[in-house]
Design a protein around this ligand. Sequence first.
Ligand code: SF4
Ligand code: SF4
Length: 96
Amino acid sequence: MIIATDMPEVSRCAASQCAYNSNDACHARAITIGDGADPDCDTFFTNSRHTNSSRTAGVGACKMEDCKFNDDFECSADSIQVGLRGKSQHCQSYTH
Ligand code: SF4
Ligand code: SF4
C-alpha cells in the first residue's frame, strides 16, 4: 500500500556530497531533521553513487521540538532549505 502524505518541501539543499543530492536539490522521499541537539539533516549520507530520482523531497519528521515551526515532532513550515554550517547540513528555517 502506498501512503499519501502532505509534507513541507525541501526546496533547496547545498549538501552536494550527499547521495540524495543533485543540482542543489534533495531527491529523497522524505528526510528527518534533528541530529542530537542540532537542526541538522539526519538523513544525510555519502556514497559514490547519487540518486537518479528527480522527485522533490519532503520533511517527514523533525526532532527539533524547540523550533517555532515544530508541531508534535513534525515540521509545519511551507518549505525548508538545507544549507551548510561547518561540516553539518543545517535546516536554515530553524527558528528557536
Ligand atoms: S536534505 Fe539531507 S538527505 Fe537531502 S540532500 Fe540534503 S543532506 Fe542529503
Ligand atoms: S523549520 Fe523547524 S520544524 Fe521545520 S524542519 Fe526545520 S527545524 Fe524542523
